[in-house]
Design a protein around this ligand. Sequence first.
Ligand SMILES: NC(=O)c1ccc[n+]([C@@H]2O[C@H](COP(=O)([O-])OP(=O)(O)OC[C@H]3O[C@@H](n4cnc5c(N)ncnc54)[C@H](O)[C@@H]3O)[C@@H](O)[C@H]2O)c1
Ligand SMILES: [Zn+2]
Ligand SMILES: [Zn+2]
Length: 382
Amino acid sequence: MRAMVYRGPYRVRVEEKDMPTIEHPNDAIVRVTCAAICGSDLHLYHGLMPDTRVGFTFGHEFTGIVEEVGSSVQSLRRGDRVMMPFNISCGACFFCARQLYSSCHNTNANATAAGGMFGYSHTAGGYDGGQAEFVRVPFADVNHAIIPEWMSEEDAVLLTDACPTGYQAAEMGDIKEGDVVVVFGAGPVGLFAAKSAWLMGAGRVIVVDHLDWRLQMARTFAHAETLNFTQVNDVVQHFKDVTDNLGADVCIEAVGAEADGAGFQHLATVKMKLQGGAPTALNWAIDSVRKAGIVSVVGGFGPLFSAVKFGDAMNKGLTIRTAQCSVKRHWPRLFQHVKNGVLKPSAIVTHRLALDEIAEGYHMMSSKLDNVVKPLVFPRAA
Ligand SMILES: NC(=O)c1ccc[n+]([C@@H]2O[C@H](COP(=O)([O-])OP(=O)(O)OC[C@H]3O[C@@H](n4cnc5c(N)ncnc54)[C@H](O)[C@@H]3O)[C@@H](O)[C@H]2O)c1
Ligand SMILES: [Zn+2]
Ligand SMILES: [Zn+2]
């Protein structure tokens, strides 16, 4: 089969690779019909995620058609149209029993920090991902939903990560009616966080980025106010000025390890690898939220420490909540929102590529070219 493979930092290409096989009776093999490139994939592409091996296939957001099922799979048949959460979970451990699927204790032998994920390096279990014609789905009974007839494939693929992650980001902010919510990052995750903040009762939503076309989408798709952080002297002071000197009630960090905005932080992280992520947006969030406010962090950071302003957070009495999204937990509610027309996740899709064009797709995402927000990839399997 054809699959995207990692060749080293900033180098990916499409190669012939062995077909995945059923390795356990509860596996399924899925023929991928649509996959997405995620902001999280850039951390792998840039060589910032430990143990990303040459030959590994990325892709944790995909939909497809069941090709084959293992002998103990109960709830799937060949031909079913399915979507997978980016988390791989066992469904039975302490964490899965509490719907904390991203913390599954059985699917990532390599670490106790996070559960398994599709296509996210050996740090996340070493499972080849879905930017390929076929993919193996472990614990297949647990890790899928049949795509309802009324749901488009492009909406479904956005529900495998970006949309539920934004939704969980807002949920972790424990937004009260009328709250001022500031979202750092106008990528897919930040856009969905802003949209979700309204659903949870926010009175004012402000999205921060420096890419004008993404801020434009924050205004049209998420109906938010926007701030281009390059156009103010001091982001934190700006939020004090617009909130009677109090600060925002809730700040959501949807930027992660590769934040721009403070050159030395970026240098210490991306170039010198001295810390596990440039916490520029996270520190802005800590400083921009009011005393006793909530900072919700879904931006991806590496396992190494980062220079986070923890003393300020402690003295202000902040609540900091953070997680890899437990995607499946949010599906029942999000499916309703999509069915009722409250949410149209695919509205943020900007590019549709063939699998053979995926290297260009990564380059475009990495360099933020051609007004990209969310590119989809369509492998055409024989
Ligand atoms: N927790 C989870 O489960 C989960 C799931 C998906 C993605 N993520 C992470 O969420 C983050 C966002 O994902 P995405 O797909 O939207 O990525 P993205 O790269 O498309 O978007 C990030 C945005 O942040 C902007 N930005 C950079 N520095 C900034 C700053 N200092 N202040 C404000 N904005 C800034 C960038 O211009 C970009 O538009 C990534 O770190 C990703 O790894 C986490
Ligand atoms: Zn993703
Ligand atoms: Zn589990």
